[in-house]
Design a protein around this ligand. Structure first.
Ligand SMILES: Nc1ncnc2c1ncn2[C@@H]1O[C@H](COP(=O)(O)OP(=O)(O)OP(=O)(O)O)[C@@H](O)[C@H]1O
Length: 285
C-alpha cells in the first residue's frame, strides 16, 4: 500500500533550510496497521502530511496504492485526498461542526466527498461506539466522544488509507485505550490500512509493527512476536521484538544508546558465527 524509499523533505523559509526527512524508507502492506514513533522533531508529522497529500515531497520515492506522490499534479492530488485518504488529528476542532449532531457531522463529510449514504453513516457511528449519541450535538459530547466522531468522519469517504497524528494526545488513558481498540476493529471491518503517529510507546505496542523514526530516517522496527515466542517472553512482558533496519544498500543504523554504551565510533569489525552476524568494537587503545 505504501512504498517510500529515500524520501526527502526540505522546508525552505527565507535563507534557512530544514531537512525534515533525509532518505526515509517505509513499506506498509495493504490492510496493515502500524504505529510510527519518534522524538519531537524527528519528522513524524512531515511523513504523515506527505502520505496524506497535504505536503509535497522534495525527492525520493513515495507511492501510495496506484499514486506516485512525487509525480501527481494538483488536480490528481485533490482526487487522491478525496478518495484515498482519511485523516485524524490530535485536535479535531477543524473538521467538527459543534452545533450539528453526530449523524449530521458524518453525513456532511459524505456530502463534501460527493455522496451521502445514511446507512453507512449509521454503521460508522456504531463501529466507533456512539449509536446512543447519534442525535446529540457535538457540544454535548465529551472530548473522547468527539474524537470518536472525528474517526467516523475520517472514514466517510471510504478511504483505503487512514492516517492518524497523535489521535490520543488529548484524552485520558482509558479513552485512548478505547480509541486504539476502535482502530483495530475498523482495520478489520473496513480493511483500511492504518498508520498511527504517537510518541506513546505503550499505545504503539497495541499494533503489529512499530516503526521508529530518528532524525528523519527510519531507524528500527518492533514486530509483534508470534504466539509461541510470546509465551517464552511472557515473563518479560515484552510482546514486540526490536529490529534494526537495513536499507537496500545494506546500510544499518546502530541506535545512539548502543553506540555510546559500547563506545562505537566510526567502524566495527564484522564476522559471521553460527549464522549470526557479529559486530565487534575494535580496540583503539
Ligand atoms: N512548515 C515547516 N517549515 C519549516 N520547518 C518545518 C516545517 N514543518 C516541520 N518543520 C521542521 O521539520 C522537522 C520535523 O518536524 P515534524 O513536525 O515532522 O516532527 P515530529 O516528529 O512530528 O515532531 P512532533 O512530535 O513535535 O510533532 C523539525 O525540525 C521541524 O522544525
Amino acid at each position: 500500500m505504501i512504498d517510500c524509499e529515500g524520501l526527502v523533505k526540505i522546508y525552505k523559509s527565507d535563507d534557512v533550510e530544514v531537512v525534515a526527512l533525509q532518505g526515509l524508507n517505509l513499506k506498509v502492506e495493504h490492510k496493515e496497521m502500524i504505529a510510527i514513533i519518534g522524538n519531537s522533531g524527528s519528522g513524524k508529522s512531515t511523513l504523515l502530511n506527505i502520505l496524506g497529500g497535504l505536503d509535497r515531497p522534495s525527492a525520493g520515492k513515495a507511492i501510495v496504492g496506484e499514486w506516485d506522490l512525487l509525480q501527481i499534479n494538483e488536480k490528481e492530488r485533490v482526487a487522491y485526498k478525496r478518495n484515498t485518504v482519511g485523516f485524524i488529528w490530535q485536535n479535531n476542532s477543524r473538521n467538527l461542526l459543534p452545533y450539528l449532531t453526530v449523524l449530521e457531522n458524518v453525513e456532511t463529510a459524505m456530502m463534501v466527498a460527493g455522496k451521502v449514504d445514511s446507512a453507512y453513516a449509521k454503521q460508522l457511528i456504531e463501529w466507533v461506539g456512539l449509536s446512543h449519541r447519534i442525535h446529540n450535538k457535538l457540544v454535548q459530547l465529551s472530548g473522547g466522544e468527539q474524537q470518536r466522531t472525528a474517526i467516523a468522519i475520517s472514514l466517510a469517504n471510504r478511504p483505503s488509507l487512514l492516517l492518524a497524528d497523535e489521535p490520543t494526545g488529548s484524552v485520558d488513558v482509558q479513552t485512548s485505550d478505547q480509541i486504539m481498540n476502535i482502530f483495530r476493529s475498523l482495520n478489520q471491518e473496513t480493511g483500511a490500512t492504518i498508520v498511527i503517529v504517537t510518541h506513546d510507546l505503550s499505545l504503539a505496542r497495541k499494533v503489529d509493527r512499530v516503526v521508529a523514526i530518528r532524525d528523519g530516517m527510519t531507524s528500527s522496527e518492533m514486530i509483534k512476536r508470534s504466539a509461541s515466542e510470546s509465551e517464552q517472553s511472557a515473563r518479560t512482558q515484552e510482546e514486540h521484538e526490536e529490529y534494526a533496519v537495513v536499507d537496500r544498500f545494506g546500510r544499518l543504523q546502530i541506535p545512539e544508546e548502543l553506540r555510546q554504551k559500547l563506545g562505537i565510533q566510526n567502524k566495527v569489525k564484522l564476522s559471521v558465527e553460527h549464522a549470526k552476524l557479529m559486530l565487534e568494537v575494535p580496540n583503539t587503545k
